[in-house]
Design a binder for this molecule. Structure first.
Ligand code: PEP
Ligand code: CO
Length: 460
């Protein structure tokens, strides 16, 4: 007879016993406890009702009836908690979702990397640089939830109170998003607010130009029709749903707001709807997997090029022992050069196991490159190539690529190269604003949505 050992009891703090990759080294432990107690006392950012709603939608996407669009900054900053930045990010996500709805004729769920994407994993704990005329080694920048980006000893010292400030800024961001959506946020549906001019101005092959023009004409007709129909007053057009997500990296922050809401018999991380485990912290015996296995939220897990099928199956067994639908989102980020060989065995093994997962492609994090001048960038063509290969692989195996995950902004930044009208390498310095990874700008994001909608429709 085989005995199955029961996992040890889970609590909101059982993760503290585990090894913690990316652990922040705070000098003042009392200040950490004070910050955690304060966070714990504050009202939640999201509700268990909303979290369960998202789980239902993820289950639909797992079944091929829906598509999920997740996107936003690599790292949000407290400084950029500003109305115009939040508005333009919301606008591009809504517009991309409409393009996708047109392309694939399925409902699309929108999830922002917003209202809490303040903690960043780093490859190295410290960084060398010049401070006050001397070469010094300081802690790396771990996101505004932990320390400051400026290369000074004061900014780089981890400060526990930043967790409370991060939470407050997440609340302000979310408050503004909720108000915009409740108020109708007409921008998304009003044809004049779409900037499609770049299509006619871009240097495109005749075939690609014809595809874009066909799509943008259909879209403009549809938008004009919606405008005429309701003058923006039709409820179903006005009330768009929106969910939030962030990497659940800082477990002090996440666990402080993990609660059993009234009339529920489960623990919810109430800082966000969809927290995810990053590529660097998905060790099966690590602190993050321990924390995430106990929460009722749907969970994202990044899957990089070194992952193998058995490891992924083990993660599913620990994170979703009951095989719940709508629970697990596998966010695959292999890179265009690896996805062709590394993805298929994993998809086949998971499909054979019958475990319900949502396959999502993150075509950003495996495609980082550096220009000759040492600037971190990503090439639009690599991003597109990873997406297209992923769609083809799922099609061959008979599974559904039900979501995408982008780093993007609604602004005119010059961080990724390529696309119909995107910057060339020598133009990257013109408006490079990301403190972390390079993001797609407004036009690159919209163009990608067009191409993705087309590709998914053609391969359906
Ligand atoms: C990220 O999403 O910004 C990130 C750090 O991703 P990954 O864990 O996949 O490297
Ligand atoms: Co990133």
């Amino acid at each position: 007879m085989t005995t199955v050992s029961k996992p040890p009891a889970w609590t909101t703090t059982s993760w503290r016993e585990r090894l913690h990759a990316q652990q922040t080294r705070y000098a003042d432990r009392d200040a950490v406890e004070r910050a955690a107690a304060k966070l714990s006392s504050l009202p939640p950012l999201v509700t268990s009702y909303e979290i369960e709603k998202l789980k239902t939608e993820i289950a639909q996407a797992q079944a091929g009836e829906r598509f999920i669009l997740q996107g936003g900054d690599c790292a949000e900053t407290l400084d950029e908690c500003r109305p115009e930045i939040i508005t333009s990010k919301l606008k591009i996500l809504l517009q991309m979702s409409l393009v996708l709805i047109y392309g694939i004729k399925k409902p699309v769920t929108r999830i922002g990397r917003m209202a809490g994407q303040y903690a960043k994993p780093r490859s190295s704990q410290t960084e060398k640089g010049n401070y006050d005329g001397a070469e010094v080694e300081l802690p790396s920048y771990f996101g505004d939830l932990v320390n400051g980006a400026d290369f000074t000893p004061a900014a780089r010292t981890p400060d526990p109170h930043l967790m409370v400030r991060g939470y407050q800024h997440a609340a302000m961001t979310l408050n503004f998003i909720r108000s915009l959506l409740d108020g109708g946020f007409a921008d998304a549906h009003h044809p004049d607010h779409w900037n499609l001019r770049f299509v006619s101005e871009a240097d495109l092959s005749p075939e690609r130009r014809a595809r874009y023009e066909r799509l943008s004409q259909t879209l403009s007709d549809g938008l004009a029709f919606m405008e005429a129909l309701g003058d923006g007053r039709i409820d179903s057009l006005q009330r768009v749903e929106f969910f939030t997500s962030h990497e659940g990296l800082n477990l002090i922050y996440e666990s402080a707001q993990t609660k059993k809401p009234p009339r529920r018999d489960a623990w919810y991380d109430l800082t966000t709807h969809l927290p995810w485990i990053g590529e660097r912290t998905r060790q099966i015996d690590g602190a993050h997997v321990e924390f995430f296995r106990g929460i009722a939220n749907p969970i994202g897990v990044k899957i990089g090029p070194t992952a193998v099928a058995d490891e992924v199956l083990e993660l599913l067994r620990v994170l979703n022992p009951q095989g719940q639908r709508g629970k697990i989102v596998l966010i695959v980020r292999m890179g265009a050069a690896n996805v062709g060989t590394a993805l298929r065995p994993i998809v086949e093994a998971v499909a054979a196991s019958g475990e319900p997962v949502l396959w999502m492609s993150d075509p950003m994090h495996g495609n980082g490159i550096k220009t000759d001048d040492g600037v971190k960038t990503r090439d639009f063509n690599d991003i597109l190539a990873e997406l297209e290969q992923s769609i083809d692989i799922h099609r061959k195996v008979g599974t559904w690529l039900g979501g995408v995950h982008f780093e993007l902004t609604g602004d005119d930044v010059t961080e990724c190269v390529g696309g119909a009208a995107g910057p060339k390498p020598h133009q990257l310095h013109e408006n490079y604003a990301s403190p972390c990874d390079p993001r797609l700008n407004y036009q690159q994001s919209l163009e990608l949505a067009f191409l993705l909608g087309d590709k998914l429709r053609l391969s359906d």
